[in-house]
Design a protein around this ligand. Sequence first.
Ligand SMILES: Cc1cc2nc3c(=O)[nH]c(=O)nc-3n(C[C@H](O)[C@H](O)[C@H](O)COP(=O)(O)OP(=O)(O)OC[C@H]3O[C@@H](n4cnc5c(N)ncnc54)[C@H](O)[C@@H]3O)c2cc1C
Length: 385
Amino acid sequence: MTTTAEDLQSIRENVRALCKDFPDTYWRETDKKGAYPQDFVRALTESGYLAVLIPEEYGGSGLGITEAGVILEEINHSGGNSGACHAQMYTMGTLLRHGSEEQKRRYLPAIAKGELRLQAFAVTEPNAGSETTRIETRAVRKGDHYVVNGQKIFISRAQQSDLMLLLARTTPYGDVQDKTQGISVFIVDMREVKGKLQIRPLDLMVNHHTNTIFLEDVEIPASSLIGEEGKGFRYIIDGWNAERILVASEAIGDGHWFVQRASSYARERVVFGRPIGANQGVQFPIAKAYAHVEAADLMRFQAAEKFDRNEKCGAEANLAKLLASEAAWEAADVCLSTYGGYGFACDYDVERKFRETRLLTVAPVNNNLILAFLGQNVLKMPKSY
Ligand SMILES: Cc1cc2nc3c(=O)[nH]c(=O)nc-3n(C[C@H](O)[C@H](O)[C@H](O)COP(=O)(O)OP(=O)(O)OC[C@H]3O[C@@H](n4cnc5c(N)ncnc54)[C@H](O)[C@@H]3O)c2cc1C
């Protein structure tokens, strides 16, 4: 299905209209209470916009990363935080490309209808960090099930999800020649597991519902395995470009929010008898941040369009993630400076968005790793790892 510029504009307007029901006060209160924005996620699910990547035959709208990105962008541009539900889009590719027909029929229509939530993606571990191949969580096949033992850290929304995509080693690191082998990916129905699955919330600077997860003799059916055993790292990597483009889109939304708030405040706030925005020391940094957000936006669309045409887009997806998260962070810093002391006052929402957008330079992948990809894979310099 091809989306025209008009279709894209109409998606933007519809998402904007939906977000109007969730104003600054909604997100501020949610953040203050450390609550999950349940009503917002429900509204987005009911609108069908959370299921745009699910093909029509499974109850979604079968759209591409371009459209999905625009949806997340508009949520963040409205002042909201798409981090509350973006994982459903981040993880979709693994299930769509590598899941069995049985898995797709079982989960996708229910996810599209909002009856099942796929909001958790468990990759990171304390002893592995960015070096994903070093994960130690083990899944051992025993007849018709796997027994999983290990620990995950920084796993978001595990308590707000029914399903969790889990990465575990089915062959230990020391027993494989190629370190990317021996890792498997599972779709785990957390409501049905046997054994001890413990989810402990982490206290973080952002309202992201992030947890440590302990798995002790957790039994999952063998049918939870996605694709072939031992090939999971490849499946996850296949999804990385989509994830990077989606994160870039969220950052673009944040960047525009900061630029708009900063320029509007700079027009209105009068000090020394004139609007502060008349001073070039205030005006130019906002204009510069705007230029950087707009430039990153071009790279985001270039990456998204290539992705949706099934063309290689590793360089563009990584560039988009880097440029957009840095541009958003620059815009956040400029916005905070423009607001002066008021930037620190929770009622203006700048400090909340400031914290939220900073995350995008670190998770789901750190910008250093993005630079390493560009340096090593695009510019062919030596590997650091
Ligand atoms: C709020 C939040 C939510 C998250 N949600 C999830 C989630 O849902 N699921 C999930 O699996 N993970 C999640 N994460 C984890 C996140 O993806 C990781 O924190 C991130 O990938 C970095 O890993 P690390 O924190 O272990 O950093 P480390 O790998 O310990 O790295 C620390 C620093 O060293 C740098 N570094 C390491 N190696 C190199 C190198 N070779 N060259 C240059 N620099 C290097 C890194 O870039 C980083 O700056 C979340 C994190 C946060 C903060």
